[in-house]
Design a protein around this ligand. Structure first.
Ligand code: BJW
Ligand code: ZN
Length: 252
């Protein structure tokens, strides 16, 4: 693995434009469960795929709002880990790095990454289902019961419509500007680092595939096998909090 690391670092040194593409595994060491981790408490009998849909919210808004408030509370009390910090330091040091994330938390920003592109929205930007204006959380809610609870969504200050989480659910389009920017950066880059994603969800999972298909370098960081293993030039098998600092450090 040491040799893989050295060769991957050498490839990065040669790259002018770099994209770092992250998924839920990047925040796992901050104590945020990944999307496909088994759920507990009120949500134990559901899969996340079944809850992250417009249909689930329409059917039972209190269940879905409660799930997102429980997750927002977890993020509010979490701290960025060594992987987030390594990415932020590298992005600030290097001339041309674009960070693209599928994560709905704000841990890249809190680690100091200047402008992460969020493909799947944010836990912190609710909006009105009726007039689509940005809304406010009724309460800061840093604490939620461990098992979670049902919660009624707050109402829009403008039209009294129901607020929904500002995330991208299955069957919904990705935010156009974020997707265009992510595609442009990946189509232009010399190397892409993909960390902590199962690469199962499209269209986001297309990004590393496009880079590999045109022959640019793909470096993957993940403790488990993914669909990208055969496609990546370098596979660093292990946690992002250990590998990213070693991959991205300034030391020779
Ligand atoms: C560690 C670690 C450590 C652990 N260190 N690593 C083409 C083919 C097939 C299907 C489709 C297709 N195109 C579109 C679709 C449908 C669908 C889709 O992709 N379905 C798949 C499940 C098959 N896509 C969509 O619906 C998208 N919209 C769309 O395409 O619009 C156009 C359209 C409209 C209508 C019809 C057709 C097309 C929207 C996708 C939105 C995804 N949103 C979610 C939820 C966000 C809100 C929320 O969080 O609740 O985004 S789904 C969920 O998955 C979330 C994540 O961002 C995303 C990716 O998950 P991620 O990050 O990879 O997490 P995990 O948990 O899967 O993996 C964690 C990884 O970390 C693992 O590999 C671990 O090993 C690793 N790990 N510890 C490093 N310490
Ligand atoms: Zn409204």
């Amino acid at each position: 693995m040491q040799e893989t690391l050295s060769t991957a670092r050498a490839a990065l040194r040669k790259a002018r434009k770099i994209v770092i593409f992250t998924g839920a595994g990047t925040s796992a060491e901050s104590g945020i469960p990944t999307f496909r981790d088994a759920m507990t408490g009120l949500w134990a009998r559901f899969s996340a795929e079944a809850l992250a849909t417009p249909e689930a919210f329409a059917r039972d808004p209190e269940l879905i709002w409660g799930w997102y408030e429980w997750r927002r509370a977890k993020v509010l009390t979490a701290e960025p880990n060594a992987g987030h910090h390594a990415i932020a330091d590298f992005a600030c040091r290097h001339g041309d790095v674009t960070v693209v994330t599928q994560n709905v938390d704000d841990l890249h920003e809190r680690a100091g990454t200047p402008a992460a592109i969020h493909l799947h929205g944010s836990l912190f930007e609710p909006r009105c289902v009726a007039c689509h204006r940005a809304g406010d959380f009724a309460v800061a809610r840093p604490q939620e019961p461990e098992g979670g609870r049902r919660l009624p969504p707050p109402r829009c200050a403008h039209c009294d419509g129901m607020l929904r989480p500002g995330v991208v659910w299955f069957g919904e389009s990705l935010p156009g500007a974020a997707w265009a920017e992510a595609m442009k950066a990946t189509d232009d880059c010399d190397a892409l680092i993909v960390a902590g994603t199962s690469a199962l969800v499209y269209p986001a999972a297309e990004l590393p595939v496009r880079v590999a298909q045109r022959g640019a370098t793909v470096i993957q960081v993940n403790p488990h096998a993914t669909a990208l293993d055969t496609l990546a030039h370098f596979n660093l098998h292990g946690p992002a909090g250990s590998w990213l600092p070693r991959l991205l450090s300034a030391d020779d």
